[in-house]
Ligand binder design. Structure first.
Ligand code: AMP
Length: 227
């Protein structure tokens, strides 16, 4: 099974792909998490990536591609994968086409207003990257009801999974969020266009929390009868 999850920053790509991958027994490949790991370990690649990430810009394609190809060689990808945060550019999409054929694109749709509120409230574990959210969103936008409950850790600022400290990513701060949404809109449009008509899109309007949405996404994926 070879899936991609698309969606603006803050739409829940990380949360959904993390929950879906083990159910489908596929690997989750998240280039953003991989870069953050490099930054944490203060590697050469990490130092380079941080210069772009802190400004909300993309890491250069050649660097990203090299890291991605290495990751794809790992044995956990033998049953397939879900890609989160990749491909982000036409160059990456074309390179990916040369390596493999994506079967379904899960396309998360969330209004900007909700994204900004959600991202400002996101907290991540410094150790394992687990994601939490302190926002409790109840909003009606254009007649659609959004009920997005917080995802709180059991103990304040402490990761449930590994006990690590929670923090706010530098690029989840308001001045960078707006830049990231702009970058996403400009860069995602051509990538979405690249796949339109070639690969089926599964459009998912994220109107509820993960407990409900994960089940919905899995039900929809089943309909494609993928191996
Ligand atoms: P994410 O966690 O997916 O929002 O990614 C965080 C940051 O990592 C992005 O804002 C980029 O700076 C960088 N990044 C992640 N994936 C890619 C990619 N496929 N191409 C270029 N930069 C990326």
């Amino acid at each position: 099974m070879r899936l991609v999850i698309f969606g603006p920053p803050g739409s829940g790509k990380g949360t959904y792909s993390t929950r879906i991958a083990p159910v489908l027994k596929i690997a989750r490949i998240a280039t953003g998490d991989m870069f953050r790991e490099e930054v944490k370990n203060n590697t050469q690649l990490g130092k380079l990536a941080a210069m772009y990430m802190n400004k909300g810009e993309f890491v250069p394609d050649d660097v990203t591609m090299k890291m991605f190809k290495e990751r794809l060689k790992k044995p956990d990808t033998k049953n397939g994968f879900i890609l989160d945060g990749f491909p982000r550019t036409i160059f990456q999409a074309k390179e990916l086409d040369k390596i493999t054929k994506i079967e379904v694109i899960i396309n998360l749709i969330v209004p900007d207003e909700i994204l900004i509120e959600k991202m400002s409230a996101r907290r991540m574990c410094k150790n394992c990257g687990d994601i939490y959210n302190i926002a409790d969103i109840k909003k009606n936008i254009d007649g659609v009801e959004y009920l997005l409950p917080p995802m709180l850790p059991k103990k304040k600022n402490v990761c449930d999974k590994c006990g690590g400290p929670l923090y706010q990513r530098d690029d989840d701060k308001p001045e960078v969020i707006k830049e990231r949404l702009e970058v996403y809109k400009n860069q995602a449009a051509p990538v979405i266009e690249h796949y339109t008509g070639k690969i089926p899109f599964l459009d998912i309007h994220v109107t509820r929390g993960p407990e409900i949405m994960v089940g919905k996404i899995l039900d929809e994926i089943k309909k494609f009868n993928l191996k």
